[in-house]
Design a protein around this ligand. Structure first.
Ligand code: GLC
Length: 589
């Protein structure tokens, strides 16, 4: 048990983008803006502060819109910006239609959205639907008496029935998802922290409140939502007994598989989403591979896409010599299998997404590439070559486009993330050794690694704030920063811009084209083609710090070299030799 970790679980004037045409469910080949979009995940707390309080804000984002436009992205997924006491950095919302005070005002939001619209950038909001903050008015009412009209907005267990059936909490200090509340002599359910009580989706009134909130933002002109932890919203409220030593498989069964989720999603689609040209992406980490089509098959009218974390998990587990995270980062065959399996899944229906990292994972180049000075740039470019040549909607996490790396804290006091802190103290109750091993693993895996402030320049606070940043800035700001990247034509940033431009120029090949794996058993080189029947592009990626060879696919010859992160291209007859972390995109003829 306790294997389940969240990162491994793993949202102008009104209606400019949102209200145009109703979303018609369509087959895989049908073109949609959200299939073609390159989405930039922006963690607002760490992006750009404008008022010196050390926390990023909406005016800061507005200031940086030209930067985002120049990157070539089409849409932004913004982590939560709604009013929140910030127990979990905005994932504990106290008012769904107000702006968090640290982030600014609704007028700042309107200015930011208008600035995005002007630049042709869409906005996807983060919709936290499984839980609210305990400081939300609904919860304050709910806990006040057993007869309160809001009582059934949450899950309560009366203490006279004895202790509630065990449920594990991902963030609770004691791992217990039921919290006793003496006011009404009852326990409330919180799958996440004690300050994140779970909403009761069985209550039609609660569902209507959520739909009203969604319409509020869509009517303002946002283009869709990322549904946070959504499988958890449907629960078996007969509360069957769950074993304390649960396996991951059992966890999924108890937390992410209640069939009512489909009723809720379909109702949400019918009542809200079908009326707008809105895109949805669900956080689907707990959904089993065999079940994913039940959510994203267009005929079912639920959501457009899910993001899975199999790639992130496999690399995380298989890449480190830390604690339980052992194995071999010199073998890319497992990743090929995962990617190919997911591509195949969506070959006729649904649509895939792809990402390396997000605010719940550590930095891409540290975890999946190699952040040593010799290889940081090459390996980051290689990872991006993969990300932007997949048949899937790619998500770029802010800061990765300049190759930001893990900060690797060493002391528990340095961490802001409640997950790292709580789990550390839980481990400490067992033994000092366990706690020390956990701390060591967090240097590579903690969510705070990807949450450090964006590095704009080489100054003390990296141009992020004039005050004291809420989380320390990584020391490598002196060399890893946007200003330096703008001056260096070989910078990761410039390479990412070229990749995005290539993806846009060849949508039929690189977005919609067929994916085919080659040289499947090659441990170092990941080779695949993308083709639309007219053009065939070969993508070659060396995932290792050694040299590697791979054959030119039979029946083809090399044509134009479209991208190469490390000149030159070494060809020896029918074989291509790749340098450590070399990445190539070549037209085949
Ligand atoms: C999601 C978010 C994560 C948050 C959790 C609880 O997994 O990505 O950051 O802590 O849900 O809302």
């Amino acid at each position: 048990m306790r294997k389940y970790v969240l990162p491994v679980l793993a949202g102008l004037s009104a209606c400019i983008f949102a209200c145009t045409a109703p979303a018609v469910p369509v087959g895989n080949n049908a073109k949609q803006w959200w299939k073609e979009a390159v989405i930039y995940q922006l963690y607002p707390r760490s992006f750009q502060d404008s008022d010196g309080d050390g926390v990023g804000d909406l005016r800061g984002i507005t200031r940086r819109l030209d930067y985002l436009k120049a990157l070539g992205i089409d849409a932004i997924w913004l982590n939560p910006i709604c009013a929140s006491p910030n127990d979990d950095n905005g994932y504990d919302i106290s008012d769904y239609t107000a702006i968090m005070k640290e982030m600014g005002t609704m007028a700042d939001f309107d200015t930011m959205l208008a600035g995005m619209k002007k630049r042709g950038i869409r906005l996807i909001m983060d919709l936290v639907i499984n839980h609210s903050s305990d400081e939300h008015r609904w919860f304050r009412e709910s806990r006040s008496s057993r007869n309160n009209p809001y009582r059934d907005y949450y899950h309560w267990w009366p203490a006279e029935k004895g202790k509630p059936p065990y449920r594990y909490s991902i963030f609770d200090e004691e791992g217990n998802a039921w919290r006793y509340d003496s006011l009404t002599n009852s326990y409330y359910l919180h799958y996440f922290s004690r300050k994140q009580p779970d909403l009761n989706w069985e209550n039609p009134k609660l569902r209507q409140e959520m739909y009203t909130i969604m319409k509020f933002w869509l009517d303002k002109g946002v283009s869709g939502f990322r549904l946070d932890a959504f499988p958890f919203m449907a629960k078996d409220t007969s509360w069957p007994v769950m074993p304390k030593d649960w396996t991951n498989e059992q966890y999924v069964r108890y937390y992410g598989k209640d069939p009512k989720v489909h009723q809720y999603l379909n109702e949400m689609y019918t009542e809200v989403l079908s009326k707008y040209d809105a895109y949805t992406v669900g956080e689907g980490g707990v959904i089993a591979f065999k079940d994913v089509m039940d959510y994203v098959n267009e005929d079912r009218k639920e959501i457009n896409t899910l993001y899975h974390d199999e790639i992130a998990n496999a690399w995380g587990r298989d890449s480190f010599d830390v604690g339980e995270y052992k194995i071999d980062r010199r073998n890319v065959t497992g990743i090929k299998k995962i990617v190919s399996k997911w591509d195949d899944k969506f070959s006729t229906k649904g649509w895939n997404t792809v990402f390396f990292t997000n605010h719940d994972q550590s930095r891409a180049v540290s975890r999946f590439g190699n952040d040593s000075p010799a290889y940081r740039e090459a390996s980051a470019k290689m990872l991006y070559t993969f990300l932007l040549t997949q048949r899937a909607t790619p998500y770029i996490y802010n800061g990765d486009e300049i190759g930001m790396t893990n900060i690797r804290f060493t002391r528990v006091e340095e961490y802001n993330d409640l997950q790292t802190r709580n789990r550390y103290y839980m481990a400490l109750k067992e033994s000092k050794e366990k706690a020390a091993a956990y701390l060591l693993s967090q240097a590579e895996l903690s969510r705070d690694n990807s949450r450090t402030p964006m590095q704009w320049d080489s100054t003390a606070t990296a141009g992020f704030t004039t005050g004291t940043p809420w989380l320390p800035v990584n020391n490598n700001k002196a060399t890893v920063n946007v200003a330096a990247s703008e001056k260096d034509k070989n910078a990761i940033l410039q390479y990412v811009r070229r990749l995005i431009a290539l993806r846009r120029a060849y949508k039929d090949v690189l977005v919609y084209g067929k994916y085919q794996l080659h040289d499947a058993e090659n441990k170092a080189i990941y080779a695949y083609t993308r083709s639309d029947g007219q053009h065939t592009f070969l993508v070659l990626l060396n995932f290792t710090s050694g040299q590697g060879n791979t054959p030119i696919p039979a029946g083809y010859q090399l044509g134009e070299e479209l991208l190469n992160n490390l000149q030159p291209l070494h060809q020896n007859g029918g074989t291509i030799q790749l340098q450590p972390y070399q990445a190539l995109v070549i037209r085949l003829k």
